[in-house]
Design a protein around this ligand. Structure first.
Ligand code: B12
Length: 256
């Protein structure tokens, strides 16, 4: 009989992927190779996995997506570990509140609705992220900002020029600008976001409005480096940014 206690606790100084059992390192990987499907392609995929330091690669799917393109899904064991205890990720300091509490806070502290103007700007056509945050129905069971009693949420959609977003924010006397960036190919998001901050600065709005950015490859670190007040990534909901904006506006007001 094993003297191992169950359930075993992971050693947080060296964590690895969990598949069927703790520490088995099992990962699922998918990729496409520019060769026809067949035994040679199968072998090539396996060798690639071994060269990625993955052990026991097992190809569970090999699909021809084109006469010269083959898509693979494989399982393998990762031997590397990460020291979870050494990880520090900068994030904005605020308390996430639910919709009702955010509305009550805004009503109590400001006595009026806050106006938040948002868009996915530049050439980026991905609307789903900004809609998830702003649209009434929200995302994943979390209502969007349009549902908040004390928030006037204006969603301008996607492919909105930065200039148009800032102009609308000025016209609406917005308290915050929310921008979404999904495409990061060729660092397009860096160029678009840098340009947005330049416009905000040129209009003398820096510090007058809260400016937040979100997207799947946005980190809080990157956001603040580019001049934004906060960055939100995968797994964020309306209540995150609503809580942040309300608390940041209170902090600024009280610092005056
Ligand atoms: C749907 C989709 C599309 C649709 C978009 C339709 C639409 N109306 O939005 C269409 C087909 C149009 C499309 C087009 C393209 N796409 Co596309 N698309 C996707 C896909 C499959 C899903 C994106 C999505 O909807 N996610 C769901 C939302 C809810 O998640 P999210 O955006 O991350 O948002 C969350 C957070 O990030 C955050 N958030 C996001 N924004 C904001 C903003 C604020 C203020 C806050 C607080 C939070 C926040 O909160 C949200 C909720 O938690 C992804 C792949 C994937 N599985 O992610 C590729 C993907 C994003 N697309 C990609 C690409 C390359 C393109 C194209 C360039 C393809 C092409 N060659 O034409 C074009 C670009 C067109 C353009 N001009 O932008 C790449 C981007 C790669 C990269 N790193 O840049 C991806 C990752 C696919 C891939 N693996 O290659 N796409």
């Amino acid at each position: 009989m094993s003297n191992q206690t169950y359930p075993r606790k992971p050693d947080l100084t060296q964590i690895r992927p969990y598949g069927d059992t703790l520490d088995d390192g099992k990962v699922q990987l998918s990729f496409t190779l520019p060769v026809p499907a067949g035994p040679e392609a199968y072998e090539a995929a396996k060798r690639l996995a071994l060269m990625m330091n993955l052990e026991e690669p097992s190809i569970v799917s090999m699909q021809a997506v084109d006469p010269n393109l083959t898509y693979f899904i494989l399982y393998a064991a990762c031997t590397k570990t990460v020291d979870f205890t050494s990880i520090y990720v900068p994030r904005s300091e605020f308390t996430v509140m639910d919709m009702g509490d955010v509305d009550d806070l805004i009503e109590r502290e400001f006595g009026r609705k806050l106006t938040l103007v948002g868009a996915c700007t530049g050439t980026d056509a991905h609307t789903v992220g900004i809609d998830a945050i702003m649209n009434m129905k929200g995302f994943n069971g979390h209502y969007g900002l349009e549902r908040y009693r004390m928030i006037n949420a204006i969603n301008m959609g996607a492919q909105v020029p930065n200039e148009a977003l800032v102009a609308r924010a000025i016209a609406e006397k917005a308290d915050a600008i929310l921008v979404s960036q999904v495409v990061t190919q060729k660092n397009l998001h860096i160029m678009t976001l840098t340009n947005l901050i330049e416009i905000i600065e040129a209009e003398g709005l820096r510090g007058k409005m809260v400016v937040a950015v979100g997207g799947p490859r946005i980190t809080h670190d990157l956001a603040t480096e580019l001049g934004f007040d906060a960055g939100f990534s995968v797994g964020s909901y309306a209540e995150d940014v609503a809580s942040f904006v309300a608390q940041e506006l209170i902090r600024r007001r009280d610092a005056r």
